[in-house]
Write a protein that binds this ligand. Structure first.
Ligand code: DP6
Length: 331
């Protein structure tokens, strides 16, 4: 095997993925719905996979937790199995750095598993194209499938029981639309329940889940259509609708699950008020209390200034669309 290094950027879902196909195989991690995302600049994971005497995993200069270790080595086992070579996977040393504050409200699993997939595939000489690699990354984390590309990326649900057609693909380049993304942090600390478990809880107990699934594809198609004509004013409402529908579905779980706090709501209101005053920004939110605002570049500064003044807001970051993931052999 070789030593390989990869960099992948974080992404934000604009039409959300929430829920896994059922019955499905846990190891395939098949989403019940497709998704559309924007890859972000600046925030990225860098991962190096090298031959070693024994498996080791270092994350941000610390040994990864037991769960992180398990997920990382299990994924490397998948990549090895994909090469079709017999015998046990060779032991590896994995070093990963997240240039992405874990508290920033952007999941590091997407960029982390995308980078691990690319570095692992190169280290083990798996000659797959990126589309197939995205389906492999998806098995570690659904959102990771989208971080293999820059710009606007669509992850198709697919139909095949083995998930081979559940791949991501770039639909428009990084500079397709003149937008920025504001990440508005409304709390510090970790989210209450990870998305994997929360998705299952929603699927099993939320009476709104079937409606979420049934109406999802049309949002995805609508978003891609208006994006094609670079129509942010038409894209924004679809983005907000997808986020609110996902959260409504999550909230209606039994027992209830609520990711938002009071500040989340105040920020959402502030974005709407700013919009009424002529600024162009649309909210979305993931499995946590932070708000992300997709905005016209020309409105970003004024919007960020307003949102920083909302009581309880910890920080507002401004990010641009980001590039493709990259990988190289380093030894
Ligand atoms: C709300 O990709 O973290 O961010 O496949 O179980 O690892 P797993 O889930 P994950 O879920 C992302 C959920 C989301 C929406 C999205 O990114 O599409």
């Amino acid at each position: 095997m070789k030593t390989a290094r990869a960099t992948a950027h974080a992404n934000i879902a604009l039409v959300k993925y929430w829920g896994k196909r059922w019955p499905g195989q846990a190891d395939l991690n098949l989403p019940e719905v497709g998704s559309l995302s924007l890859t972000l600049d600046h925030y990225r994971s860098e991962t190096r996979v090298a031959p070693a005497e024994a498996d080791t995993f270092v994350l941000d200069e610390n040994p990864g937790s037991e769960l992180e270790q398990r997920r990382v080595f299990q994924h490397l086992d998948r990549i090895w199995a994909a090469t079709g070579r017999s015998g046990k996977r060779p032991p590896v040393d994995v070093h990963s750095n997240n240039h992405l504050p874990t508290a920033a409200g952007l999941a590091s699993s997407a960029s982390g598993f995308a980078a691990l997939t690319l570095a692992g595939a190169m280290a083990f000489d798996l000659g797959w194209d990126r589309a197939r690699l995205s389906a492999l990354a998806r098995r570690a984390s659904g959102s990771a499938a989208r971080s293999l590309w820059g710009g606007w990326v669509r992850l198709d649900r697919g139909k095949a029981p083995d998930g081979s057609d559940c791949q991501a693909r770039p639909i428009f380049p990084q500079d397709h639309l003149d937008v920025l993304l504001l990440v508005v942090r409304t709390a510090s600390g970790k989210k209450p329940l990870g998305s994997t478990e929360a998705m299952e809880h929603t699927r099993k107990t939320s009476p709104y889940y079937p409606a979420w699934v049934e109406t999802h594809e049309r949002d995805l198609d609508a978003a891609c259509r208006v994006l094609e004509r670079r129509d942010l004013d038409a894209l924004g409402p679809v983005v907000e609708h997808s986020a609110f529908k996902m959260h409504a579905c999550i909230m209606a779980s039994d027992p209830a699950l609520l990711y938002w706090n009071g500040v989340t709501l105040e920020v959402i209101r502030a974005v709407w008020q700013a919009r009424a005053a002529g600024l162009v920004g649309f909210v979305t939110s993931d499995a946590g209390p932070h708000v992300k605002v997709l905005c016209a570049s020309a409105s970003a500064h004024a919007l960020a200034t307003r949102l920083r003044d909302v009581p309880g807001v910890i920080e507002t970051l401004t990010l641009a669309p980001g590039p493709d993931a990259t990988a190289e052999v380093v030894g």
